[in-house]
Design a protein around this ligand. Structure first.
Ligand SMILES: Cc1ncc(COP(=O)(O)O)c(C=O)c1O
Length: 410
């Protein structure tokens, strides 16, 4: 069978096997990897989790191993709704919540419910790789809006919307990661939050708010979520991966109940229900107040890593290199002088200096960002951070030099 002739058209739009290969290389034990967005394993609650798993299996083992409702375990939905009311000052009821099998599935279900091929989705430039992947797999047209140190530039959003209106196009969705953005690490300023929901609402465009890292704040005050500013027009698609652990593969969406019903229909065609065992364990763990304890305990871990990374970059990165200073989350976004390409540089960095990152282009809808890279500081052990950044500084310096030579020859 010649499988290569059989793949669906969408695979040509979403596939980039080069990244998968490089991320694999970055996993080598001798490589200091700032590549994958992995939580610190020290934040994982293994011992407490064992107690909770035992409790669930002892008390409700049969139900935990059975299929469950498509919208999710009712007690977990209530707990999520209640917690959102407290954290986001948004009145949510359990029927406005669907539990998903990860944050990526949350995005996938929303896209499945709302996107026809050719529909337009507005994204940030740069944005989360997997979100681009999801929207592309539903054959969406992507329109991007630049960001700066204060998140999405709302004047630019208005220009894009005006341009689309002139062309008779009304976007179907606007996807944003307002807090501690992936990959840029930046946070949407309070005034821009208000403007964003107003502008989107006026244009009749639903917003997906992806708050994946929002609870991991290392300094400053919490800002209002977009959903709290416009509960009717914002789908809040969150994950347990960064506040609990990605291994449980659970997330959730809050949305108006009519949309939840459609999302449940869509989920019938994927996994019918998210892991029942996982949901009961997360509920019990959350009910005991352990998620709040875990988040509180992980903040100093991540803050220390962020500080070590920022200090090392200031020390070892050559002049002409700039980077963002995140107030939370996992990432800093690094911009090198024009003409230094982080894609080819990565192969060199892994092979010669045993250090890894993710290069810029995959984070952009149109593949720009050749001179940018994402550094994830959450996973590397604190005693390896300085050495990793020192190596990367050396790689960058060499590649700036190479660029000078190339330019002189040209
Ligand atoms: C911005 C953003 N959204 C959503 C997710 C989804 O995480 P998961 O699929 O593990 O729930 C991630 C994970 O890296 C992320 O960075």
């Amino acid at each position: 069978m010649d499988w290569t002739t059989l793949y669906a058209d969408r695979m040509a739009r979403i596939g980039d096997s080069a990244i998968i290969a490089l991320l694999k290389l970055a996993e080598r034990p001798d490589v200091i990897s700032f590549a994958g967005g992995l939580p610190d394993p020290k934040s994982f609650p293994i011992l407490r989790m064992k107690e909770v798993v035992d409790w669930v299996l002892d008390h409700e083992g049969a139900a935990a191993l059975q299929y469950g409702p498509t919208a999710g375990y009712s007690k977990l939905r209530e707990w999520i709704a209640d917690r959102m009311g407290r954290l986001e000052q948004t009145p949510v009821t359990a029927d406005g919540v669907i539990v998903t099998s990860s944050g990526v599935e949350a995005l996938d279900l929303i896209a499945k419910v709302l996107l026809n091929p050719g529909d337009t989705v507005i994204v940030e430039a740069p944005t989360y790789l997997a979100a681009l992947h999801v929207f592309r797999s539903y054959q969406a047209e992507l329109v991007d809006v630049p960001i700066d140190a204060d998140g999405m530039i709302i004047d630019a959003l208005e220009e894009r919307l005006a341009d689309l209106t002139r062309r008779g196009i009304r976007p179907k969705l606007l996807y944003t990661i307002p807090t501690f953005q992936n990959p840029a690490g930046v946070t949407l300023a309070a005034d821009r939050r208000r403007r964003l929901v107003e502008v989107a609402d006026r244009a009749g465009v639903p917003v997906i708010e992806d708050p994946a890292y929002g609870e991991l704040r290392y300094e400053g005050d919490r800002l209002p979520s977009l959903v709290s500013l416009n509960p009717e027009g914002v789908l809040f698609a969150n994950t347990f991966s960064k506040i609990f652990g990605p291994g449980v593969r659970l997330g959730w969406i809050t949305a108006p109940p009519g949309v939840i019903a459609q999302l449940c229909q869509a989920k019938q065609g994927t996994d019918q229900c998210s892991s029942t065992l996982g949901q009961r364990v997360v509920y019990e763990y959350g009910r005991r107040g352990l998620i709040e304890r875990q988040v509180a305990a992980s903040l100093p871990l991540y803050r220390e890593k962020r500080d070590l990374t920022l200090a090392a970059m200031a020390r070892y990165f050559p002049s002409g290199v700039t980077w963002t200073r995140p107030a939370g989350g996992f990432y800093s976004w690094v911009t090198l002088p024009d003409g230094v390409e982080t894609g080819p540089m990565l192969e060199w960095a892994i092979a010669h200096e045993h250090v890894a990152y993710v290069s810029g282009p995959p984070f952009y809808a149109d593949g720009r960002g050749a001179n940018q890279l994402r550094l994830c500081f959450s996973f590397v052990a604190p005693d390896k951070i300085e050495e990793g950044i020192r190596r990367l500084g050396r790689v960058i310096e060499q590649h700036i030099e190479l660029r000078h030579h190339r330019r002189r020859r040209e």
